[in-house]
Design a protein around this ligand. Sequence first.
Ligand code: CU
Length: 173
Amino acid sequence: MLNTGSSRTRLPLPWLLSLLAAASLAGCRPEPTVEGNTPPTPPAAETPAVPTTAPATTAGTPAPPAGTVSISMSEDPYQFTPTTAMVAPGATVTWTNPTDDPHTVTSDPGTPAGGPNSDARYPDGFKQGQTYTWTVPADASAGMTWHYYCRFHGKPGDGKARGTGMAGSLTVK
Ligand SMILES: [Cu+2]
């Protein structure tokens, strides 16, 4: 490269020969080398990939609005735990029975229609290890309350208040 430049200004013929020699070499190497040196640009293109991850995390944060509510059952005395729970419209409520005896989630008479009721699925109550799942109506309004009780270990209320014994309630928040 240096020889080519210096010979150009002095002797035309040697310059032509050196040019041809350089061209033959250049035809094989310099151009591919130049293209090979081009890659420094791609690393800059990889940088935008990092900011892409951040927005995805931010968008995933406000995801759990409805959520899931888990209610268990305990013994001595039998009761729903928690006894009362706040639920969001569209939330999934799951009752699990870890006790030896079967239980029911039966809506109190007088409580809003469409409330939780395991009797259709488990006429004889759901046994140890079984679960009953109910979804809060999506159009349920805040403050709406369903009272329920276990037919074997509790008694229903009057529709305005929770019953006695094994009884619970859900209120829409
Ligand atoms: Cu029970």
